[in-house]
Structures are given as C-alpha cells and as structure tokens.
Design a protein around this ligand. Structure first.
Ligand code: ZN
Length: 586
C-alpha cells in the first residue's frame, strides 16, 4: 500500500518533512502535486513550497529523479519499491494551504502529498507524527481521515480509500479547544485553534440546529459518519473551504460569542452563515458536482459555467437556513438578505458580465479581483444567490406553496448526488421545468444576460417590500440604516493619518468624474484638510456644489473639481408589509 508519512520537522522554520513509500513503482514513474484544490478556483502552484525533492530505495540507495514541469517529477527507469522525500514550507494561514509554527500545524493534502501517477485510485496509509520535543507533548490531531491504528485525536496511522479522499481531509494539530455535539445521529466536532474566549456550548447548540435542519432537508441521512469544523481563530479574518466530512474555517476572535454575551452580533451571524454555507456544500458540490469535476483535474484550470449553482444556491441557503433553523429572527434575515442584494446593486459590473461568464472566468477574474472589480464583474456568489431566490419564489408562487427550491435540491441529490453523475449546463433548467411543468427558458435567460432579476415583483407577492435608497456613508452595507446622504464621493476609501486613501472608484460616480483613482490619497476638499469623517464633511455642501479637491497620486500633488451630484440609489432595503401573507416563503 502507498504510505505517506508527515511530521513537523522544524516548527520554528515552518517545515513539514514528508515521505511517500511506493511498493510497486513502474519504470518512468511520475509524481505530481496539484496546482489548485477543489472549492477554490485559482491556480496556486502548491509545488512552489516543496524543498529538496529526492528519491531513493527503501535501503537508502539514491535514485535519479527528473523534474518535468513545475509540479511533476519522474524516476528514470527504476521500478519496484521506491521512496520520495521532501520538505514542505508551511506559512500560509489560510484554509487553502499549510501552516506550521510552535503553536499548531495545519495542512491540506493538496499542499503536502504528491500523487503517485497511475495509482491515484489505490488505498493509502498515512502516518501523522508529532513534532519532537517536550513542548509538543500535549498536541492532538483533528481530522476526518479514518483512523488505522491511531486513537481518535491521536498521532499515528490513518487511511484513505484513494488520493482524492486523501487530499479532502485537512489535518489540524496542536493544543486546540474541542467540543462535540450530535446532529442527525452523527458526531460533529467543533475544533478551535488560536486564542479565544468563545462560549463553545452556545456555538455547538446553534450549529446543531443548522446541521440538523440541513440533514433533514436532504432526507434525514447524513452522508458521512462524523464531521469536523476545523476553525482557526485570529484577530480578524474570514474564510472557509468545504470538504467531504469537514470544513476548514478562519474567523475573527470577536465574531465568536463570549459567555453571557446577549443577542446575535453581526460577527456571530456572519460566522454561523459561514458554517451553514460550508455545511450545505456537503451536498451541493461535494456530492452533487458539475460534470467537469468528475473527476477533478487538479493539474490546470478546470472550467465550468455552473459555479452560480454551486456557490450561488449555497449562498442563498446559508443565511436562509440560519434563519429557518431558528438562530436569527425574520427581521435579521431580511437585513442579511438586503446586505447581500446591496453587494450586487452597488457594482455596474453586473451589467457587463453574466452569471455563466462569471463562473467560467472565476480563475482569473473572481479569484483575482483588483480595484476595478465592481465595475467589471459580477459575483456568482451574490448574484447567484439572488438567482436562487428568484427560482425559490417562482416555485413557491406558481405552485401555491406546494413546491420550493428544497424540492429541486432533493431531486439533484437523488439523481446526481447519490449517483455520482455530474450535472451539465441544462440540468438545473430541466429539473425546474419538471417541477413547474412548463418551459422555464424565460427564467434561465437570466444566467446569460445581464438584466437585474425581477425580485421587487416576486418579493412583493410574498409580503416583502423591496426599495432602493442612497447609501448613508462609506461603511453602509445596506438594509435598514441611518438617513441617506444627499451626495457621495462615489468611491470606497479608508481613513489614514493624513487624508483618506481611495480603495476603489465607482464607474460613473463623482470621484470618477473628478479624476480620482484607486491608491490616491485625498487630502483636501474645498481647500480644507480631509480629516475624520469625509462623508460628514461633504454633507455640509449642497447638491450640485463644485468643490476644489487636492490629492496625492504616488508623490505627486494633483487637483481637480468634485461636483456633488446626488448619491446613487444603489442600496437595498427590505421590510415586511403589515397584514400581507408571508407564509409562502418565510
Ligand atoms: Zn462555497
């Protein structure tokens, strides 16, 4: 059996030592490391962190090894029992890579374990070794990988059915907080690494409700026998990546509730939504998959036009199921939805890129966003979620509540999740047509065009009023809020010790017409220093005022005229209509 072994060899240098023993290599055997990992659609070239790759016989006799490309190595002519040895530099504190220091270790197999080409479907054994030294004697292991001799949470031997499974079980090691709860009859572990004051009982109680709800939505049977939330707690951070029986998360310390903290803070509801999102992926993308991912080609970009379905539908359900499972009230849910809608309506990029185009170009556009993103692209997450809402409301309204998007998800689960048959570009449309018993090309045209979705009308029919207002300042995320501004800068910015730094300029806005660009430092408006709150400063002038402004671009002082045209109505507010029937949806 192929045998991988990994050990933190020098935590202070962030180095894992890895060996791969192959009992039966063929002549010209190749080894390769993924260029990307499932769920995160960007070429990351993990092999750039491999150091000192060499091959030998089990008795130590060196073997010639040729590197073929950035991530592939080949043995000359040796066959039979061979070993590969290398180190992995691990200093990426994200959910996508590997990280190691004296406080903990974390890795995705896609960063650490080369595939034995041609033997990817073979079962593998994995030995996890603790770092050496008395300071590490209390380290434990958290992973969904199946034990093969190791005790639960212990170092030792684990196993995976094949390479695909091997790299889908990230591993955390260190002195973490561990709390366990049961959902759907299956044990779930909450693992918190990093300093925190979190009320783990409260988090587990909420996660349990969310997990139970989702398991029941998909028929009541969890598709795994245990599940882990591997959470890295940092000062401030946010991220998550789905796996078949676990998720890797990064969250801010302040997002987790401390003991006796009243209410649901914005940070905590964001954390619960993140957990809900990754958990929903257990069905939608880990088991129901685009045909292009069956199997994954991890050597290069793997294009699909369906990410709107896998990330968009998941994004619709993440907040919705936090509400439906009882963790937040209806008003909070509508606020979350209004903020999501506002993220879409703030960008004119939505008029330039369709959802299918956004999916296809994820590799170079969504994942490589620059300061112009809001003017050039649309997110298959946020607009995809609104498309899912459009489908859900249409199903509920046209069938008078007999059908909903839940039914479509269950059909996907039966026909594609449980069978392993990938979905193609017509699958969702065909299932929708089946549920509504009509042609639905009118609805699915929204995947190819750049029109705004007909949500104002659909929401009105379920008793929710959608209206637009102007933003009330630089930090306004949407929903209910303070009175709107009369005029706005038309740019996102952050305060600096002297002036404000422009981060992004909205196409067609006041900053755009004044000639400001991302990176500029705006220092004076109407010959007065920009200090404190720029929004308040601009509000003193009336609409239509023309103000002299000064800014630095790099080290060059520039000036121009800022004309205060009215702030755009780009912010969504949702509210329930008194007396209206909302039972069809919420
Ligand atoms: Zn996702």
């Amino acid at each position: 059996m192929i045998h991988y072994q990994i050990q933190p060899i020098d935590p202070n240098a962030h180095l894992f030592a890895v060996s791969v023993s192959v009992p039966q290599a063929e002549a010209g055997q190749r080894f390769t490391l993924p260029a990307w990992l499932p769920g995160s659609y960007m070429i990351r070239d993990f092999a750039r962190h491999l150091i000192g790759v060499r091959a030998q016989r089990p008795d130590g006799e060196p073997l010639a090894l040729n590197q073929l490309d950035k991530q592939t190595w080949q043995l000359d002519h040796a066959s039979g029992a061979v070993e590969l040895h290398y180190q992995v530099y691990a200093w990426d504190l994200s959910v996508r890579g590997a990280h190691l220091d004296q406080t903990h270790g974390f890795f995705n197999g896609s960063s650490t374990f080369v595939a034995v080409v041609g033997q990817e479907s073979e079962p593998v054994k994995v030995t996890l070794l603790a770092p050496q030294g008395p300071q590490y004697q209390n380290w434990r292991v958290a992973t969904a990988m199946r034990e093969a001799g190791a005790e639960r949470y212990g170092f030792g031997d684990y196993q995976a059915e094949n390479y695909d499974e091997l790299i889908d079980h990230p591993v955390e090691m260190g002195e973490f907080t561990l709390a366990t709860f049961e959902a759907g009859g299956v044990p779930h572990d909450l693992v918190l690494t990093g300093r925190h004051l979190a009320d783990t009982d409260r988090i587990c109680a909420d996660l349990r409700k969310i997990c139970e709800y989702q398991i029941n939505l998909f028929g009541g049977q969890a598709p795994y026998d245990r599940y882990l939330f591997l959470t890295q707690v940092v000062g401030s951070g946010f991220g998550g990546l789905e796996h078949r029986a676990s998720t890797a998360l990064v969250c801010g310390r302040g997002d987790l509730p401390s003991a006796n903290e009243p209410g649901v803070s914005e940070g905590y509801r964001t954390f619960l939504s993140l957990c809900s999102h990754e958990y929903f992926h257990n069905w939608n993308v880990k088991r129901i998959k685009p045909a292009q991912f069956v199997p994954y080609d991890l050597s290069q970009e793997s294009y699909t036009r369906q990410l709107w379905a896998y990330e968009g539908i998941t994004s619709y359900y993440d907040d919705l199921l936090v509400y439906r499972s009882g963790c937040v009230d209806k008003g909070t849910y509508l606020q979350m939805l209004a903020e999501g809608m506002t993220r879409v309506t703030r960008g004119v990029g939505r008029f330039k890129q369709s959802l299918r185009d956004s999916s296809f170009n994820a590799w170079t556009k969504f994942y490589k966003q620059d300061e112009n993103a809001q003017n050039a692209i649309v997110s298959y997450y946020t607009k995809g979620a609104l498309f899912a809402l459009t489908l859900d409301l249409t199903l509920r309204l046209e069938t008078r509540g007999r059908r909903s998007l839940d039914d479509l998800m269950r059909l996907l689960w039966e026909r594609h999740g449980q069978t392993g048959i990938g979905t193609d570009e017509h699958t969702h449309q065909a299932l929708m047509a089946e549920l509504l018993d009509r042609d639905v090309s009118d609805l699915f045209a929204y995947l190819d065009n750049t029109d705004d979705l007909p949500l104002e009308d659909l929401l009105a029919q379920v008793g929710v009023e959608m209206r637009m207002r102007a933003a009330n300042g630089n930090g306004d995320k949407g929903g209910q809020g303070k009175p709107a501004l009369k005029a706005s800068l038309g740019a996102r910015y952050r305060a600096e010790a002297f002036g404000v730094r422009i981060e992004a300029v909205a196409e067609g806005g006041n900053a755009h017409r004044a000639g400001l660009a991302a990176g500029d430092r705006l220092i004076a408006v109407d010959n007065l220093e920009v200090a404190g709150n720029l929004d308040t400063q601009l509000e003193r002038y009336g609409e239509g005022s023309e103000l002299t402004i000064h800014w630095f671009r790099r080290d060059e002082l520039m000036s121009g005229t800022l004309e205060l045209r009215p702030a755009p109505m780009d912010t969504v507010v949702l509210s329930t209509v008194e007396g209206a029937n909302q039972a069809l949806w919420l």
